[in-house]
Write a protein that binds this ligand. Structure first.
Ligand SMILES: C[N+](C)(C)CCCC[C@H](N)C(=O)O
Ligand SMILES: O=C(O)CCC(=O)C(=O)O
Length: 423
């Protein structure tokens, strides 16, 4: 039984609930269209009053999907947006059972399907659903039942791969059972999702505590719960860790924390601390490898808690979702530029509370990775770490870009025509 602890602001939803909500996208809604020359556009509603889109003529002309305006195969825009006359407007329009036909005053004709309008309203924007909507939280105190799938199922069936990605989206992590205990099978498992992200650590990684690369991951010391890649503008979306062996030694327990759950608890506990970790920028660095120099996010605009605001159209209230958590106190740069002493001390106070929650037994799950049972987790949400260890410990794994993981998730869960309607 999965223990779903509810937090004050936590909206538990599920894969099924999400796909049920998508059914509206392909349902046959009856459109109502009002031509509003005073706003140089149309208001498009459905009879069920779910949708009220304000679409300027310019936007509609620019969004024409015919083969001369969009490449028929790549769906890239061929139309020169900025050659559209500023007085573009329809010469005539006709509401058809399957959508809207427009004849423009530049003599072009366009057709917008009913589903196209519906996709404007309920976006398939995966950033709304991947990290946030499927959130679940395990209470380490209860009889834990972590999500897992079978290696052969993932490797040989689309259903298996779909289940794997859905579980990662829903819970933030997933194990794979009966994976051959070797780097080759581990690499194949990663590449079943998408190509492996190349970094200064290489692509597929197979590492031990030999400081072969100059990062404490390549030692035997403890690593507090953290997100990887706080030194990249675009941190890896997924990370896999497969313990291949641990000989002549002890320790090396793994830890996992749901950063969204901790952020929820912090928000409920102290709005001030929550806001501080959203608004005060910090970043990480990776500087140990002299041949690479010091890597830091060039934008320097990241904070520990990063939100994304999604409101598709004025007719919809804006929704705020967690985009990602970036927490790595070991890699953090000692910044102070353009911050007052009060701001810096305020951040430390908030970070102290966040850190205590991260290490709180209510949220920190400690377990032993097993050879043959690789773990993959959403590095934008889950914090991971390990206890110190002795002996020879060999770990394999790799990173996958978030955009590539989510694209595969969409390909497996949504029909292609539906995805094309949302471009
Ligand atoms: C996973 N692998 C061992 C290849 C690299 C580990 C990178 C660790 C780094 N301090 C970070 O937090 O990103
Ligand atoms: O060695 C481990 O168990 C985890 C290492 C780690 O945290 C990392 O590579 O980011």
């Amino acid at each position: 039984m999965i223990h779903e602890s509810s937090s004050p602001t936590q909206k538990i939803s599920s894969t099924k609930e999400y796909f049920d909500s998508l059914k509206w996208l392909s349902s046959t809604v009856e459109l109502k269209i009002e031509d509003r020359p005073e706003v140089q556009g149309y208001v498009v509603r459905d009879k069920g009053q779910n949708m009220a889109l304000e679409l300027p003529y310019l936007y509609l002309r620019d969004s024409c999907l015919c083969d001369s305006c969009r490449h028929p195969v790549t769906k890239q825009r061929l139309l020169d947006t900025f050659s559209i006359p500023s007085d573009i407007r329809p010469r005539s329009w006709q509401l058809l059972p399957d959508g809207l036909a427009l004849r423009w005053n530049d003599d072009h004709t366009s057709h917008y399907s009913r589903e196209w309008f519906q996709a404007r309203h309920k976006s398939l924007d995966a950033s709304k659903i991947w990290p946030q909507r499927f959130r679940r939280w395990y209470d380490p105190g209860t009889n834990l039942n972590p999500p897992s799938v079978a290696y052969n199922s993932v490797m040989t069936t689309e259903d298996g791969l779909r289940d794997y990605l859905n579980l990662i989206a829903e819970y933030g992590f997933c194990f794979v059972d009966s994976c051959p205990v070797n780097p080759e099978a581990t690499q194949r498992l990663l590449e079943r999702i998408a190509f492996i992200r190349l970094t200064h650590y290489g692509g597929f990684f197979d590492f031990t505590s030999d400081l072969s690369l100059k990062d404490t991951a390549y030692t035997d010391i403890a690593l507090d719960p953290h997100n990887d890649n706080t030194y990249f503008s675009d941190p890896a979306g997924l990370q896999m860790l497969h313990l291949l062996s641990h000989v002549d030694g002890r320790g090396g327990l793994s830890t996992l924390v749901d950063g969204f759950k901790v952020a929820d608890v912090l928000r409920h506990q102290s709005e001030l601390d929550f806001e501080t970790l959203i608004n005060t920028t910090v970043c990480g660095h990776a500087s140990g490898n002299s041949d690479i120099g010091s890597i830091m996010p060039v934008s320097r605009t990241e904070a520990v808690i990063n939100l994304v605001e999604l409101g598709q159209h004025s007719s919809q209230e804006k929704s705020t979702y967690y985009n990602r958590i970036r927490w790595n106190n070991s890699d953090r740069v000692a910044w102070s530029a353009n911050k007052t002493s009060d701001e810096i001390q305020r951040w430390y106070a908030a970070a102290k509370v966040f850190n205590s929650l991260v290490n709180d037994p209510r949220f920190l799950w400690q377990f032993q990775l097993q050879p043959g049972r690789p773990l993959i987790f959403d590095n934008w949400r889950m914090l991971h770490g390990r206890t110190s260890f002795t002996g020879g410990r060999r770990m394999a794994g790799g990173y996958i870009n978030m955009d590539d993981a989510v694209a595969k998730w969409k390909q497996l869960n949504l029909d292609h025509a539906q995805i094309l309607q949302s471009l």
